[in-house]
Design a binder for this molecule. Structure first.
Ligand code: AMP
Ligand code: ZN
Length: 464
């Protein structure tokens, strides 16, 4: 399989080891629902894992759970829950969503709080080698001027970076305020502060907690070793998070960290960045409430190339639903009744082009295009038994790579047409400030057993 490697800036053939193909994916920070942008990243990583499996690699995936950081601590304290209980609740919700979306669980899913010892050990190594220093308050920082390779992933020139940060950060005061040698140095260990409550651990430098970046370096090393094959995350993580992971791992271990880096581009909503304050942040539950199944969302999110931004609108889900319907119908015609599974295919007879598209930098839109082209061409009625069996095995294997279950039971929560029309009318009345009419229509919807919730720019309909 070939992928675009952010590190080299080139499409490269992924080396085929006899052993495991070791991958590390940066996982969720568990303080709220994951949104559909996060799921775009996890879904495309899932397609990668499945395609590698079918292509004869032996993938081994670590995807961490960030269960301690500013946000988890802040929100756990706000709700009066212990950090452990709080993050456990959100981890469970994340797992439920992943299962619904048919995202395969990783081989290892380490939590940051369960690897404090490993993180402290790595920080001690970095201090010992002169790559990190202890500030007077007991925080520890990575000294990026000590690592020549800093910026290799995002092609940042070190001096440019410093100027950039100095300009935007208000000059040298910032560095003084945070007790750092240089503005670009980042925290490996954060000394305990009053607002952290009970959430600190003892360390050689006093009570505190790890900085965000070190957990990935420490846990990748523990579960996969000093050098891994591929590292991946959303494009926002390229800098500084991944750049910092490389610095920590390569300086502590003295070896290359990852051969390949894959970055998934962002999901936009109606052309804008998703954010709570804009009211355009959707979770899997929101999608269900609009009447679409997790499989519809999966299709819509994997249908665009991972290296391109994807502008999501509800039309994407309508298109996804139609496409899934066609795939389902085709499979029902050619299958012997068993569900989607992967087969070992040595020579492709029908869907070779579609599989090639996946092997060529995971071109999912081209793959889907090739699948539909073939479906339209083939008249399965004219095929002999052997050919029909090949057709079914190839199609099933491709659906496995894409993670499409084509399960009829996965039927959408159908919103009846009359309810959709009423909801549309009510939204129109509300947005044109005709509140009496809007209230009347809401009442009608309630009587039909449907609740309508509004956000700033849209609405959801939920069955009562
Ligand atoms: P977080 O929980 O914020 O650390 O993010 C989890 C994963 O989702 C990371 O790999 C992020 O890079 C990725 N991510 C965040 N926002 C988006 C988005 N709008 N589109 C695609 N991926 C995203
Ligand atoms: Zn990471």
């Amino acid at each position: 399989m070939k992928l675009f490697n952010t590190l080299s800036g080139k499409n490269e053939k992924l080396r085929h080891n006899t052993g495991k193909f070791k991958m590390y994916f940066c996982g969720p920070t568990v303080y709220s629902y994951a949104h559909i942008g996060n799921f775009r990243t996890y879904l495309l990583q899932d397609v990668l894992v499945r395609t590698l499996e079918v292509d004869g690699y032996n993938p081994c995936v670590v995807r961490n759970i960030t269960d301690v950081d500013d946000k988890t601590i802040r929100d756990a304290m706000k709700t009066g829950t212990s950090l452990g209980d709080f993050t456990e609740k959100w981890t469970k919700i994340f797992h439920d969503d992943c299962r619904a979306l048919s995202i395969k669980p990783p081989d290892f899913e380490p939590k940051a709080t369960e690897h404090i010892g490993e993180q402290i050990a790595m920080i001690e190594t970095l201090i010992g080698k002169g790559f990190a220093y202890v500030a007077p308050d007991g925080s520890v920082y990575f000294r990026i001027s000590a690592f020549d390779g800093y910026g290799m992933l995002s092609n940042l020139d070190k001096r440019d970076l410093k100027t950039q940060e100095l300009d935007s950060g208000g000059g040298k005061n910032l560095a003084d305020e945070y007790n750092r040698d240089s503005v670009c140095d980042f925290a490996l260990w954060k000394a305990a502060k009053a607002e952290d409550g009970e959430n600190f651990w003892p360390s050689p430098w006093g009570n505190g907690r790890p900085g965000w970046h070190i957990e990935c370096s420490a846990m990748a090393k523990k579960y996969l070793g000093k050098t891994i094959d591929l590292h991946s995350g959303g494009i926002d993580l390229k800098f500084p998070h991944h750049e910092n992971e490389i610095a920590q791992s390569e300086c502590a271990n003295g070896e290359k960290f990852s051969h390949y880096w894959m970055h998934i581009n962002h999901l936009l909503i109606d052309g804008a960045k998703m954010s709570k304050s804009l009211g355009n942040l959707y979770t899997l539950d929101d999608i269900r409430k609009h009447g679409y199944s997790p499989q519809c969302l999966r299709y819509a999110l994997i249908a665009a190339h991972y290296s391109q931004q994807l502008n999501f609108t509800f039309n994407n889900l309508v298109a996804a639903k139609n496409a899934l319907g066609k795939l389902q119908k085709f499979f029902a015609k050619i299958s012997d009744g068993s569900g989607i599974q992967k087969f070992k295919i040595t020579v492709w007879e029908f869907f070779g082009d579609a599989f090639e598209s996946l092997l060529n930098n995971m071109n999912t839109p081209e793959c889907l295009g090739n699948i539909f082209k073939k479906i339209n061409e083939i008249d399965s009625g004219t095929l002999g038994d052997d050919q029909k069996s090949n057709l079914s095995r190839e199609f099933s294997t491709l659906m496995y790579c894409l993670g499409l279950t084509l399960d009829e039971k996965e039927a959408d929560v159908e919103v009846p047409e009359n309810v959709k029309i009423l909801a549309g009318k009510r939204w129109k009345a509300k947005t044109s400030k005709n509140f009496t009419e809007a209230d009347k229509l809401r009442q009608e919807l309630l009587e039909l057993g449907w609740n309508m919730s509004d956000s700033r720019e849209s609405y959801t309909i939920e069955k009562l």
